[in-house]
Design a protein around this ligand. Structure first.
Ligand SMILES: Nc1ncnc2c1ncn2[C@@H]1O[C@H](COP(=O)(O)OP(=O)(O)OP(=O)(O)O)[C@@H](O)[C@H]1O
Ligand SMILES: [Mg+2]
Length: 267
């Protein structure tokens, strides 16, 4: 049975950068067994919210709990064993091979070097045969998948020693072709279904509605909507949050909502 107590809890959290408030009084709980997708406009505060959940950014006001502990009191090593983060962008200063980048995940998670774990993670993101290639000679989508393999090596299994792990993905499919977009979201889903807690920031609302158990809409540093995709994705939300006029359709029989822009071409 999945423990339904919150794994991560934001209690009335505000935060920002150099005195400018970006997150404004947000309360939110994440549970094991759920894939939560966060959507919202550019600059809304999604990545900042993620950084608060992962302990990378300290709140200016309010508290962030991981389990029952204040996240600020956990050591970096303890934090790295419990949760792994795929950042929105990653730069590497040295000419690492793919295997070396993925191995960094094992080290971050306090795990022993294990070439089989590296190979498994690379296979998981369909990068078999890439281990010896140089990271900085890869395409954008290949690089993004290398980092996901690194993060998967760090976090290991969704539940270890009876404790659910957390996987945070900030725009994990932004450089990927359609097949790999679906592959990466299937990994996040499986992580949640096996008892972990998965959070992904996405811009593609159709991917979000297809994969999310729960959809959180962030706008202007606050949570505008939070619920199942069917309750959250509505014409008026698209208008008020994204400033677009689009009709929401529904895919039968499950009733999953979808949005499709109309062609702007004339004649
Ligand atoms: N390190 C930083 N220093 C100063 N301001 C920042 C920093 N990071 C983000 N901001 C600002 O905070 C606001 C929220 O940024 P954030 O990265 O959380 O947005 P986002 O919702 O993830 O957007 P996007 O969809 O473009 O990734 C933006 O106005 C941004 O310019
Ligand atoms: Mg962002």
């Amino acid at each position: 049975m999945t423990d339904r107590a919150p794994l991560v809890e934001l209690q009335d959290v505000s935060a920002g950068y150099r005195g400018r408030r970006v997150i404004d009084g947000v309360s939110l709980s994440l549970r094991a067994g759920e894939l939560t997708v966060i959507v919202g406009p550019n600059g809304a505060g999604k990545s900042t919210l993620l950084k608060l959940m992962t302990g990378e950014l300290a709140p200016g006001a309010g508290r962030v709990l991981l389990g029952r502990q204040d996240i600020a009191h956990l050591s970096p090593a303890a934090l790295a064993r419990r949760r792994a983060v795929l950042p929105q962008s990653s730069a590497l200063a040295f000419p690492f091979t793919v295997a070396e980048v993925v191995r960094l995940g094992l080290e971050a998670g306090g795990r022993r070097h294990d070439p089989k774990a590296v190979a498994r993670a690379l296979a998981r993101v369909e990068l078999e045969g890439f281990a010896g290639r140089f990271y900085n000679e890869l395409s954008g989508g290949e690089r993004q998948r290398v980092h996901l393999a690194r993060v998967l090596c760090q976090i290991g299994e969704p539940v270890e020693a009876g404790e659910p792990r957390l996987l945070f993905l900030d725009e994990p499919v932004s450089s990927l072709d359609l097949r790999h977009q679906l592959g990466v979201l299937a990994i996040a889903r499986e992580f949640a279904e096996k008892g972990g807690c998965a959070v992904a920031i996405l811009h593609d609302l159709n991917l979000a509605t297809a994969y999310a158990d729960r959809l959180v809409v962030v706008a202007g540093g606050r949570i505008d909507a939070d619920g199942t995709p069917a309750t959250v994705v509505r014409d008026n939300m698209l208008r008020s949050v994204f400033d677009v006029t689009l009709r929401v359709g529904v895919v039968p029989p499950a009733g999953v909502p979808f949005v499709l822009p109309q062609s702007e071409r004339r004649g």
